[in-house]
Ligand binder design. Structure first.
Ligand code: NAD
Length: 354
């Protein structure tokens, strides 16, 4: 088991330290190699995804990533911004399928801003296409152009998907739905965007391969609304890169904290990049208060999807459930009557539960 560990920026190194401790505690035969990605990589090498990291990532079976970015890098040329490193590694490794579970632990029902009866027992999976769409389409840029006789800046991006790109992500989503409650909702904006009309057509065609899965379609604005109105109507949601980016963050908040949610990004052979859904949280970096559970749960996803070690994945998930039942909470999920702990103490509690 060769694992490339990329702690990244902000709270990344703090939460990754706890995830690595949990992995080590399982005493598996794994080899870990650490690399630079994001702002720290720009500072050290001028490149958010340096060649040395590229070699490590390509050589590994799985990549474990903290988070990248921060305000100190926001004014760099776009090519050097930390987020470019993230987009670069996803593209290079061919990680086209992003799986984001949104699970509400019973103990955290009150941490959600939604009423407990709306979210209690929530267990949905958002499958987001990750290597196409408007985030990668060409042409793109900001140019000065003449408009009505005056010079004005003009911003433009290109939304695009090929049929094969749509079909392969739909297949991942149908397969995931088959392992769950066999309901798949495909989200698009076909009333306005031709690209997503094609998305809907291909989704309907692909459904013929999965007669046991019930496919429905929903417009993205309605999906955003339904996710807060009645999120338990969903089992698996599949959508493109940009809509998925937004909807999966919205789904995260249904569960009370973005600090609880892991994610997996897979290639065609189940090689994966595993990371928490949240960013580098510069507002709390260095304070030892960040919630490490999303990163620890990402280790569980890694063991499940890339290494097919379901038992070890469950051991980690059970340990997390147990520390929540014991009342340990980081600040982001704290409520009166529970015990507030920092990043390291939460890691200790998970290790003890393991
Ligand atoms: P963010 O997810 O970093 O933070 C949003 C809010 O959630 C903040 O209040 C933060 O304190 C809190 N939060 C996030 N993770 C937490 C955790 N583990 N424990 C407790 N609280 C947590 O999003 P943002 O503020 O929009 O972005 C900050 C930086 O992160 C930006 O530079 C952005 O580009 C980058 N970012 C990176 C990734 C990634 O690496 N995958 C994803 C999103 C944003």
């Amino acid at each position: 088991m060769k694992i490339c560990v990329l702690p990244g920026d902000g709270i990344g190194p703090e939460i990754m330290a706890e995830a690595v401790r949990v992995l080590q505690a399982l005493d598996l035969d794994c080899e870990m190699a650490e690399g630079l990605l994001g702002g720290g990589a720009v500072d050290a090498t001028g490149d958010p995804y340096p060649e040395a990291t590229q070699r490590l990532a390509q050589d590994a079976d799985a990549v474990l990533l903290g988070a990248v970015g921060g305000p100190q890098w926001d004014n760099l040329p776009r090519e050097q911004r930390p987020e470019r490193g993230l987009l670069g590694i996803r593209k290079q490794l061919g990680l086209f399928a992003n799986l984001r579970p949104a699970v509400l632990y019973r103990e955290l029902a009150n941490a959600s801003t939604l009423k407990p009866e709306v979210v209690a027992g929530l267990d949905i999976l958002i499958v987001r296409e990750l290597t196409g769409d408007i985030y990668f389409g060409q042409p793109r840029g900001i140019e000065t152009r003449e408009l009505d006789g005056r010079q004005e800046r003009f911003g433009f991006n290109t939304m695009q998907y090929s049929e094969s790109e749509i079909r392969r992500i739909l297949r991942v989503a149908f397969a995931a739905a088959r392992r769950r409650n066999r309901k798949l909702c495909s989200v698009d904006k076909m009333n306005v965007l031709e690209t997503t009309q094609l998305w809907r057509d291909v989704a309907s065609e692909t459904a013929a391969e999965y007669p046991d899965v019930e496919l429905s379609h929903m417009l993205v604005d309605n999906a955003a609304m339904q996710l807060v109105r009645n999120p338990k109507q969903f089992d698996v949601i599949v959508t493109g890169n940009m809509f998925g980016d937004i909807l999966s963050d919205e789904a995260s908040m249904l569960t009370g904290s973005i600090g609880m949610l892991p994610s997996a990004s897979l290639d065609v052979d189940n090689k994966g990049l595993y990371e928490p859904c949240h960013g580098s949280a510069p507002d709390i970096a260095g304070q030892g208060v960040a919630n490490p559970l999303a990163t620890i749960l990402s280790v569980a996803m890694m063991l499940r999807y890339t290494f097919a070690r379901e038992d070890d994945a469950r051991r980690i998930e059970s340990a997390v459930k147990r520390v929540l039942a014991q009342g340990y909470r980081t600040a982001d999920i704290y409520e009166p009557g529970t015990q507030r702990v920092g990043t390291g103490a939460m890691g200790d509690a998970v290790l003890a539960a393991l």
